[in-house]
Ligand binder design. Structure first.
Ligand SMILES: [Zn+2]
Ligand SMILES: [Zn+2]
Length: 211
């Protein structure tokens, strides 16, 4: 009678062991920190500490870290107040050193604004953030985190036309040298330049033609 509960426990345990054995054996996962892809930047970190100290956030200055995150795609940077971490997109380096410095300050401004507010949550790109941006030297900062990945498309503002075949050529800058229509020069002048086929400037599609 007194053995019955013990037997139950035994059976339960044995069944449990059987179930565990039935589970597929997974190879042990390699010990890899979740943030292994991040690369700390000691120089930018020092810059960050100086900047943050200058605006009066001594505790934040002691805690802040700056890392590159190669997994970022179009996000220029991120700031995490809980971990006092600034993450930057390595593509910023390809754009310019100025872009790196600006993004660092933008992200630091998030940490500074939150640090000054204490427990109260501050709006991500609100007045306090703007003030922190101004204090960190980027008073005109926009509230955009995305990289200007696509190069600005240059508008072709100058249009030229061949008087012979009416081929139109568009250029970003005004053409100062003598440029003739290659097609017509080949067809009518043995491939050599001739004034007759020289491109003449015409009004572009978007131009207002003064009457
Ligand atoms: Zn932001
Ligand atoms: Zn032509």
């Amino acid at each position: 009678m007194s053995l019955a509960p013990r037997q139950l426990v035994f059976d339960f345990g044995r069944n449990l062991l059987r179930q565990i054995n039935l589970l597929p054996r997974r190879p042990a996962a390699p010990l890899r920190p979740a943030r292994a892809h991040l690369r700390r930047d000691p120089i930018l970190e020092e810059v960050a500490r100086v900047l943050v100290r200058q605006v009066g956030c001594r505790r934040l200055a002691a805690e802040v870290t700056v890392s590159w995150n190669p997994r970022m795609r179009t996000t220029a940077g991120l700031a995490c107040y809980r971990t006092k971490q600034v993450l930057l997109n390595p593509k910023l380096v390809e754009i310019s050193a100025n872009e790196v410095q600006r993004t660092l300050r933008h992200e630091l401004a998030h940490l500074v604004a939150q640090s000054r507010a204490g427990r109260r949550r501050v709006a991500a790109h609100g007045a306090e953030w703007l003030q922190a941006c101004a204090d960190l030297g980027i008073p005109d900062e926009k509230r955009c985190h995305d990289l200007p990945l696509k190069p600005r498309r240059l508008t072709r503002r100058f249009f030229y036309q061949c008087p012979e075949c009416a081929t139109v050529m568009a250029r970003v800058r005004r053409v100062k040298s003598r440029v003739a229509c290659l097609k017509c020069c080949r067809k009518h002048h043995g491939g050599k330049y001739h004034e007759r086929f020289r491109f003449r400037e015409i009004a572009g599609p978007g131009d207002q033609i003064a009457a």
